[in-house]
Write a protein that binds this ligand. Structure first.
Ligand code: NAD
Ligand code: IPM
Ligand code: MN
Length: 373
């Protein structure tokens, strides 16, 4: 029996997770896969009721799961960052899920903003998930002399920063520190090159801004060079601004992109747009030797929450990534094939894809196309 912790979360999170569960139930039943689900009511509702963001005890309980399935975090009633950093990022960091794998695939029959929808877009997007400008080190300081002590604690290391600021002729400043460690860069590069090997990809494209953020992305590049030599697969370096351009103009040129956390966040929304919309994009937060967490790329979409309009495909494909990681590749493939068939027909499209199909109807169609039906 494998155990899955489910965090439906905020906004459309619970709506799309409900649909992912329907698909999971159907596939696991037909394949006699024993999954046990336990729901965790984290998010805005829980926070506003109890004042608690994420209890230590909840982390303990989640640590005994084989995987976590998450909807989305974030609510207009709560100050930005409290839930996103307090739950989502805390989980990624606590479980050391250092890989954020976000496949960008344009399925047949899906309207993409690219003029020609028959393009072969199939990018393995590997985003580093524990470092960079996401480490949460920063402060706002006022004019004069101030000292701030910041600490970064990860499973493998700890770093303390004592930042003294002497601010003259300006009343306030805010700073935020980005961090790349050799350890952090090496392990994401190893994952990227191993994934390339597994998929027969002969070129890894590394994304950075080493022409400006020379320290951080200098180290990043070194790690990429070394991994390229270690794994015997070619690499190229591209600046993030150029990658944004090429992803729109000629996305076929990329097979595997490996990016630092912040650029990876931004470019994967761009990738989602290319693949037909945020509602279609899945993701996996992976710790290869720990608890991984699966969630659609999109957020809580408060603008459409409660309307039955959300596209459930990103969440459904995320649950397929979860099954694959849990060792059930055939079940994962069955889900992806069903999604592909429904999309290929072009008959069922949610509002984000320019159609009128509701959240639950979209799932009904996917259920009908599961091979065992
Ligand atoms: P968003 O991803 O929630 O929405 C962006 C746009 O895409 C909106 O117009 C929305 O309606 C649309 N959209 C998103 N998912 C869709 C789906 N499944 N079907 C159809 N349309 C969909 O991003 P945002 O509006 O910038 O952020 C809203 C909240 O979500 C914020 O609180 C933000 O911090 C949070 N957020 C959370 C996650 C996460 O939990 N992983 C990711 C991104 C944003
Ligand atoms: C995502 C989201 C998160 C991120 C936010 C909500 C913390 O945008 O999963 O892409 O920046 O990683
Ligand atoms: Mn994002």
């Amino acid at each position: 029996m494998q155990k899955v912790g489910v965090i439906p979360g905020d906004g459309i999170g619970p709506e799309v997770i409900k649909e992912a569960r329907r698909v999971l139930d159907s596939v696991t039943e037909s394949k006699s896969i024993a999954l046990e689900f336990e729901e965790f009511p984290l998010g805005a509702g829980h926070y506003l009721k109890t004042g608690e963001v994420l209890a230590e005890e909840t982390l303990q309980r989640l640590s005994r799961k084989d995987a976590i399935l998450l909807g989305a975090m974030g609510d207009p009633r709560v100050k930005p960052g409290i839930l996103e950093k307090g739950v989502l990022l805390r989980l990624r960091f606590h479980f050391d899920q250092y890989v954020n794998l976000r496949p960008v695939k344009l399925y047949e029959g899906v309207p993409s903003p690219l003029a020609d929808n028959h393009r072969k877009i199939d990018i393995q997007f590997v985003r580093e998930n524990t470092e960079d400008f996401y480490v949460g080190l920063g402060a706002r300081v006022k004019s004069g002399i101030s000292n701030t002590s910041l600490s970064l604690i990860r499973r493998a290391y700890e770093a303390k920063f004592d930042v003294g600021v002497d601010l003259k002729d300006e009343e306030e400043l805010a700073f935020q520190i980005g961090v790349i460690t050799k350890h952090g860069a090496k392990r994401i590069m190893d994952f990227a090159f191993q994934l390339a090997k597994k998929n027969g990809i002969d070129l890894v494209t590394s994304v950075d801004k080493a022409n400006v953020l020379t320290e951080m992305y200098g180290l990043w590049r070194e790690a990429c060079e070394e991994a390229s030599a270690r794994h015997g697969i070619a690499k190229e370096f591209q600046y993030v601004d150029a990658v944004a351009l090429h992803m729109v103009r000629n996305p076929e040129r990329f097979k595997l992109l490996v990016a630092p956390n912040l650029f990876g966040d931004i470019l994967t929304d761009l990738g989602a747009a290319l693949q037909g919309g945020l509602g279609l994009a899945p993701s996996a937060n992976i710790n290869p030797s720990g608890v991984s967490m699966f969630e659609p790329v999109h957020g809580s979409a408060p603008d459409i929450a409660g309307k039955g309009m959300a596209n459930p495909v990103g969440a459904i494909l995320s649950s397929a990534l979860m099954l694959d990681t849990l060792g059930h590749k055939a079940a994962a493939d069955e889900i992806e094939s069903a999604v592909k068939e429904v999309l290929r027909s072009g008959k069922h499209r949610t509002a984000d894809m320019g159609g009128k199909t509701s959240t639950s109807k979209m799932t009904d169609e996917i259920l009908k196309h599961l091979a065992h039906r």
